[in-house]
Design a protein around this ligand. Structure first.
Ligand SMILES: Cc1cc2nc3c(=O)[nH]c(=O)nc-3n(C[C@H](O)[C@H](O)[C@H](O)COP(=O)(O)OP(=O)(O)OC[C@H]3O[C@@H](n4cnc5c(N)ncnc54)[C@H](O)[C@@H]3O)c2cc1C
Length: 137
């Protein structure tokens, strides 16, 4: 069973916004995310996912439940032929870029912020990067 931590203080990257979630979760599976959502429903709490915390707004802040997906950061599948990569939603672009580089692939977007940002997969536990391109040297 996934346990939420109390007393966590969130600050965005620029430290311009922050919040004190009642419970802070770092799930490791889709099952655990389901448990968090069930608990939130029972207690009528809102749930916010936080990625790299790099947004210049307070969009990731919540005083209810916060979920950080840094323990769901695996690369699930790389299909070099189809140029498709399937990853979990918490992967850092920096980590993804390293792996893509090893395979001769690269993203067509996101350059200078690669160390900070996470990929977003709204309402999904992983996203399909079919837009990964062959690396241009
Ligand atoms: C100095 C600076 C430069 C920037 N430059 C660019 C730029 O060049 N191009 C650009 O596009 N953006 C840029 N941004 C904006 C930045 O890319 C976005 O704010 C982005 O959302 C940050 O990603 P994050 O993972 O840190 O998200 P967070 O700040 O952690 O969260 C932002 C939102 O995404 C949601 N979210 C986060 N992770 C997930 C997930 N895995 N699944 C579902 N929802 C999720 C959160 O709930 C929240 O609503 C810049 C920001 C700064 C501060």
């Amino acid at each position: 069973m996934v346990l939420g931590r109390g007393g966590y203080k969130f600050q965005n990257w620029a430290q311009t916004y922050g919040s004190s979630p009642e419970l802070y979760f770092q799930p490791t599976s889709a099952e655990e995310i389901k448990e968090i959502l069930d608990l939130a429903r029972q207690r009528s709490k809102r749930v916010k996912v936080v990625g790299g915390g790099h947004s210049p707004s307070n969009i990731a802040c919540s005083d209810d439940f916060m979920v950080r997906l840094d323990k769901m950061n695996r690369i699930l599948k790389i299909d070099k032929e189809a140029k498709q990569v399937t990853v979990e939603a918490g992967i850092l672009l920096a980590d993804l870029n390293k792996e893509l580089d090893r395979c001769g692939l690269a993203l067509s977007k996101w350059s200078h912020l690669k160390s900070w940002l996470k990929l977003h997969a709204l309402n999904k536990s992983h996203m399909d990067l079919s837009w990964a391109l062959p690396k241009i040297l």
